[in-house]
Design a protein around this ligand. Sequence first.
Ligand code: DAH
Length: 429
Amino acid sequence: MATSPLFSHLKPPSPSCSLPPRVLSSSRSFPFSSLASASPSKASSNRPNPPIAALVEVGGVKIAKDDVVRESDPTNNVPDNIFSKIGLQLHRRDNHPIGILKNAIYDYFDTSYSSKFVKFDDLCPIVSVQQNFDEVLVPADHVSRSYNDTYYVNADTVLRCHTSAHQAELLRDGHSYFLVTGDVYRRDSIDSTHYPVFHQMEGVRVFSPDEWEGSGADATSYAAMDLKKCLEGLARHLFGAVEMRWVDTYFPFTNPSFELEIYFQERWMEVLGCGVTEQEILSRNGRKDCVAWAFGLGLERLAMVLFDIPDIRLFWSTDQRFTSQFSDGKLGVKFKPFSKFPPCYKDISFWITDSFTENNLCEVVRGIAGDLAEEVKLIDNFTNKKGITSHCYRITFRSMERSLTDDEINHLQWNVREAVQNKLHVTLR
Ligand code: DAH
């Protein structure tokens, strides 16, 4: 699930980007202002896939499109539309719901810990497999490592699928209190709460022995208690006086591990994942005698609830009727839908092959229809006498900004059919 956990400035960290050196020292220059694909012209925002900048910049590092998207390389599965999101950094916009929420969380930590937490929000999302998985002890056979779930730039480099990817390097750099906010990338299904790019915040706090020794509690219980107190305070800061509960869970990087749920709008909602950091992570990174806690939360999931935003695609909208409704410091202003445009449904049926996956189908649909694809849903599934399986998917097309014409939808669906056949090697029915 896009916003749920995957598993259940001293100095900027180095290297700042897991790209080949030639990219880091790229001499190709591109004025930063023309990277502002965040505010394309009105006409281009209506196209399913607006033109893509050839170069983006994150944390002072220039990233060229052909360093991230390599169609002929079988170890690469990053499509153009994903590259186009790198560098947009919604979390760094003070008037955007994601940025407003980030700042509200910063305020809580600054107030509760007298500004001790160091904040990182500009770390490059291109990281090594080692950072993303190995350093946070994700098992070698964990599904999240598959090409079906993660965007690989090459066999050793990925678009980070969680902000936990930066934990180890920041511990090695000697940080004991830090928050990392960033865009994260996951191959996923298409519906109102799933989008292949979203934003997370990670928090880590390290304790040295003198902090727990006099307390009468052992190190792990001490950290777990402190963690729960801190995050209950955060939940009250964001949601007010809500009912809360702790649920035991599993993450590879923490033990014990918990999820915090709050009772909000008449249902239990998961807010974040957290736990006491695995000792192995601390000892491998020069903090052998310490104990630590960590948490990770999905900003979209919380922002959708706090601002009443009904569809995750809206966060990417450049339509002023969306963007003008939010301003710096105003957490929880309720979004007023400007209009609900009519959906259009198109079905597609095909005989699948062994390698078929729904994530691959969704990638193809997004590649053609971009944010006009609202949902892709399996509505029929059967296996014939010869053992061949047929799937029928219903695709919902809808723009959040205007009404789509029949011609436009028919054209999209035609292209989807062609691409599904050619790229997924299935047989259309
Ligand atoms: N990385 C987890 C995810 O993306 C979230 C998370 C859970 C982060 C627990 C943490 C943690 O630091 O302690 O699903």
